[in-house]
Write a protein that binds this ligand. Sequence first.
Ligand SMILES: [Mg+2]
Ligand SMILES: [Zn+2]
Length: 297
Amino acid sequence: MLSDQMWDSNNSVLFKKKQNGPLCQRTIQAVPLFFVVVFYSLLLIPHQQQRRIIMKTLLVFDFDHTLVDDNSDTWVIQCIPDQCLPDLVKNSYQKGRWTEYMGRVMSYIGDQDISPDTIRSVMETIPFTDGMIELLTFIVSNKNDIDCIIISDSNTVFIDWILQVAGVQAAVDQVFTNPATFDKRGYMEIECYHSHQCSQCPVNLCKRKVLVDFLAGQLKGGVDYQRTFYVGDGGNDLCPSNSLREGDVVFPRKGYTLERLLSRQSAQQGEGSSNPRVIGWTSGREILMELKACVPL
Ligand SMILES: [Mg+2]
Ligand SMILES: [Zn+2]
């Protein structure tokens, strides 16, 4: 009786035609339907397997004063013979508009007939922060479990050169920073990374928006993160740090702005259980120790 009802709900037209027929006739109708159901179920299984989410660990790095132990945007001034900017350029900086200021710096460098090769050779001398090469090398050898991105207010050209000369580009899956190119005259031009609605961040870059969009894109592609490690030093690393989830870790560099902002914030808010852990660092090796504890070896 139950099976007749099910049959009726799914195949009402067929059933009405056959309901007075012999039992064997109804059984004959049911057999092909059974095979159709089994066939489509088998088709669906591999599809569901493809949709399975891969869980990894995500490392997010700031660049200046984090991966490298200086500011790449001020390091470049060393390629000017007297290593000094004229007051007209120096005094043109407006708060929150660093990218436009850097455009004027690079335009002045171009005016001094300093070639892209000279700029490159100067940028390649910027030192990496203690322990960071070890940390990046560990990431390279554990790419199955670790994804790694850089979110920086520097620019694509400087970061590419510096990662290349250290031989650690393979550690980094994506670099989110202001796009830069050289024009025909050999002048470097820098554009803003994006526009956003965040009132806390400089006009050209909200690192929280970059991170949130990246995580959403990865999830669509079938990758999610058990935990995110955010490593930074500056004021513009606070906004993304506040988007982290419970179980994530923010690593502020000891003695730098982010550490001060985080401790002031936690004093104001009190320790909340949903906050990410905060671990201060002075060397990349301290971050490496925490990372090793999360990666199956
Ligand atoms: Mg920084
Ligand atoms: Zn922001």
